[in-house]
Structures are given as C-alpha cells and as structure tokens.
Design a protein around this ligand. Sequence first.
Ligand code: NAP
Length: 287
Amino acid sequence: MAYTLLNGKDLALRMKKAMSAQVEELKNKGAIPGLAVIIVGNDPASRIYVNSKKRDCEEVGIRSFEYALPEDVQEEQLLELIDTLNNDDNVDGILVQLPIPDHLDEGKVLRRIRPDKDVDAFHPYNVGELMIGNHAFAPCTPAGIMELLKDAKIDVEGKNCVVVGRSNIVGKPMSMLMLHANATVTICHSRTKNLKDVCKTADILIAAIGKPNYITRDFVKEGAVVIDVGINRTADGGMTGDVDFTEVSKIASAITPVPGGVGPMTRAMLLKNTIKACIMHKRGKLS
Ligand code: NAP
C-alpha cells in the first residue's frame, strides 16, 4: 500500500517562512518577540537542543537569551533568575531545558514561570487550561503533531486514536488535544494489557514510548495513520523512532519518519508559542 510520508521537516520550513514574515511585521509595529532559555549543567543532549532552539530563533528573527547555569546551582538562584525574566518586558517566553539536576525541584521550578510566558506549557495552570480546552499554549510536541495532521488533511473527528505513553509532556497532552478534536482516545502505558490488540484498533496510532522500533507491523491496523514521537539514539550516533518504519510503512496510510517527522514540528511550535506570547503581551502597545 502506498503511504503518505508526513514530512515534518518540510512543514516546519514552511511554518518558519511564514513566521519570519510575521515577526518582521511585528518588528515594524515595534514588538520583537523574545525567548529566554535556561540550561543547567553540561548534559550534551540538552546543549544540542538549546543550540538548535537558538538557531531556530535567529532564523525567524526572534530574539533569544541564553542563561547557562552550573550543575551545582542553588535552587534559589535559579528561581531568582526566573523571577527576573518574568519581569523583563523583552522576554515573552521562558523555558527551562529539561532534565534539570536532581537536587532541583522540577515542579517548583516550572511553577515559578509566569503562565503567560510558559511557552512549553508545562505549568499546572496551562495544563489545566488545556484540560478544559481554553489553552493559550499547548506543549510543543503534541501541538506539532496536530499541525502535521491538519496540514496532511487527516481528519481526526470520530477516529479511534491510541496514544502509547502517558508522560506529562507528550502522552497526556496529546490525548487531550485529540479529544478536543473529537477523536475517541485510548491512552496506553507500560501496564496496559494486550497492547498489540489495543493498538490494532487505532485509526491513528501515536507512539511516545522511548523504545527503539517497539511498534512493529503486528501492532498496526491496515491503513492506519502512524505518528512516531520516539527519539532513540543508535550505537552509530544516529537516531531511530519507536516504530519499525520499514515494516509499518508497508501497511500504514500515512506515517512520520524519524528523523524529519515530529522533531522539527516540536521546534517550530516553540517559535509559534513565543510569537503568540509576544502578541498577547504587546497587543495594546503595537503601533
Ligand atoms: P517518558 O516520560 O519516558 O514516557 C514514556 C511512556 O511510555 C510512559 O508513559 C511509559 O509508561 C510508556 N511505556 C514505556 N514502555 C512501554 C511499553 N513497553 N509499553 C507501553 N508503554 C510503555 O517519555 P516521553 O518524554 O513521553 O518521551 C517519549 C519518547 O518521545 C522518547 O523517545 C523521547 O525522546 C521522545 N520525544 C520526542 C520529542 C520530539 O520532539 N520528537 C519530544 C519529546 C519526547 P509508564 O507511564 O507506565 O511508565
């Protein structure tokens, strides 16, 4: 069966082009969107993510501010920095690159970010707003998946959607967005019984597990749409998803590649949320 490749890289490029024009227009009206990124410690993966976020900002004209704190930073110092950024009018979005070292209370840190600057949408206020469908921001990965489906004109309404994974940053908000889009949603996790059978009921199957090639062909119904969120590093320094692409693409009607599927969309949505925050903050002041 011929499948549609859900090319996130291509859509993210198109979105960035449109966002560059939007930022230019905002600048002409006296508003420059700004994103502050806080990184704690020397985790190499976090460093790569932060660098790419900085590059993305530059590409579309968003001002980015990086704060690199030492591994042993005191929690109070980090919270003070967040307070300063909360009160800085040049900063529309604040994100703390996760994970942070164990001696820091992640919940407390995320709660300190002003909800209207919480462009990752991890603050419980934004989680609650998402739950009731009144959200300004949705977490970037699930929001990016919704854009990808919309762009490919894949109708979600009335479809059976199975989300494998229940994390706060992917699985749960993904399920909520699908529910708001009128899908019938099933959430699976490591204790789910008969996972294969449940997955086989999916018209839209979303894998956010973190296990390389876990979703094999026998998890997938013929003609299903398959979204692979997984990023798993391979021994040769490459990356692979949670879905066995070679086999699953033989029966799926549409599928995301890894890399080049969900990842670039996550990055694009961060820019989109930052621009949205800027418009919210500066609405009354635009010339
Ligand atoms: P996470 O917090 O580790 O959550 C993984 C989820 O998968 C958990 O809910 C876990 O169940 C479930 N799970 C684990 N093994 C399972 C199994 N054998 N059967 C069924 N469910 C199982 O991970 P995450 O942050 O959601 O990320 C998931 C993956 O997506 C990772 O590979 C991550 O790197 C990737 N990711 C990609 C992007 C992107 O932009 N592409 C963004 C974020 C994350 P329990 O809750 O029962 O433990």
